[in-house]
Write a protein that binds this ligand. Structure first.
Ligand code: LMR
Length: 329
């Protein structure tokens, strides 16, 4: 009799634990700094939806957009501490972590277009770069596109001399710092969430970003001139806390990998469109004069910025750089 009571008790415990399990999915906090209606914002939502579907609710991805949880620097620390499980920081933000090679992506004019960039991000070089995160307790899962950056300010930016003496907000990348110095201008590292106000109050004179970021942060309201320079690339590494990821049940990890694969295809499909429609919206707003540099002006910019490659070769690693040059041709 005693045995059957025990059996009953454990059966009860078991039946209790089942719904309890079903009610407590694994929660993945995915924090990012941009608006929801951007390539990254939309891709994060897409991933959250597919992760829920593919794991049949066993995983719940909570997306925190627009720096609502953490700003640039804090989110990296939060990931390492396990306070959040996923991020997609720009490739320009890994320097402070001690992984400098990603700053190769910041080199001016290193990629002519998305096709060239994809040769790196979708090939062995991209994979080797992600692997460099592992000693930091971070696992690199994928690259997501945003697009090519343009410069803005309150005065026209046509020729290199127009940049002289101006203060430009940049992301935390030494390559970007050198880029701004090459223009005779002053770099100012600042969290993304602070840029609008810094532009509005004149703490900085100008900035650089793909148009989707420029528009969704309303920078067009506080910048009179946007020059379509397309001088450099901005994209993301989707990353996770390695211990967390490795500790997931294998089937769930597989389903998440599938969800991420789909989200990556989606991100890279919409990136150009998002930037195109943002540019259209900036034009329509009538608040910023949009300027397309002539071929000659673009060449002048390229020439002034070319020395950044040699100056920064040691920082990003000569080997990494050669590998990138090799695949992009
Ligand atoms: C920036 O700080 O300008 C960008 O990295 C923001 C982003 O995540 O696209």
């Amino acid at each position: 009799a005693r045995r059957s009571v025990l059996a009953l008790a454990s059966a009860a415990a078991f039946s209790l634990s089942l719904p309890a399990l079903a009610q407590s999915p694994i929660v993945i906090k995915f924090s990012h700094v941009v608006a929801q209606n951007t390539p990254k914002g939309k891709a994060a939502e897409f991933f959250a939806k597919r992760a829920g579907e593919l794991t049949k609710g066993r995983v719940k991805v909570e997306v925190y957009a627009n720096s609502s949880l953490y700003k640039d620097k804090e989110e990296m620390e939060a990931l390492q501490l396990g306070a959040v499980q996923m991020l997609a920081p720009s490739l320009a933000k890994f320097g402070p972590l001690g992984v400098k090679e990603f700053e190769a992506f910041d080199l001016p004019f290193i990629f002519d277009d998305y096709a060239e960039l994809h040769k790196v991000t979708q090939g062995p070089v991209g994979k080797a770069l992600l692997a460099k995160l592992e000693p930091k307790g971070i696992k690199g899962l994928a690259y997501w596109d945003n697009g090519f950056k343009s410069f803005s300010a309150n005065t026209p930016l046509h020729v290199p001399a127009d940049y002289k003496g101006k203060k430009f907000r940049i992301q935390s990348s030494k390559v970007l710092e050198e880029q701004i110095r090459a223009l005779g201008a002053i770099p100012q590292v600042m969290a993304f969430s602070e840029v609008y106000q810094a532009l509005q109050t004149g703490v900085v004179d100008g900035t650089e970003n793909p148009i989707s970021n420029f528009y969704t942060q309303k920078m067009h309201e506080v910048q009179k001139h946007l020059s379509l320079t397309n001088h450099g690339y901005l994209g993301y590494a989707v990353i996770t806390n390695k211990k967390f990821w490795d500790g997931l049940p294998a089937d769930i990890r597989g389903e998440l990998e599938q969800a991420l694969k789909e989200a990556t295809d989606y991100a890279n499909k919409i990136a150009q469109e998002e930037n195109d429609s943002a540019l259209e919206a900036v034009r329509k707003s009538g608040k910023t004069t949009v300027y397309t540099p002539t071929a000659e002006e673009r060449l002048a910019l390229k020439k002034v910025l070319a020395p950044v490659h040699t100056k920064m070769a040691d920082r990003v690693g000569k080997e990494t750089l050669q590998e990138i040059y090799k695949v992009t041709g």
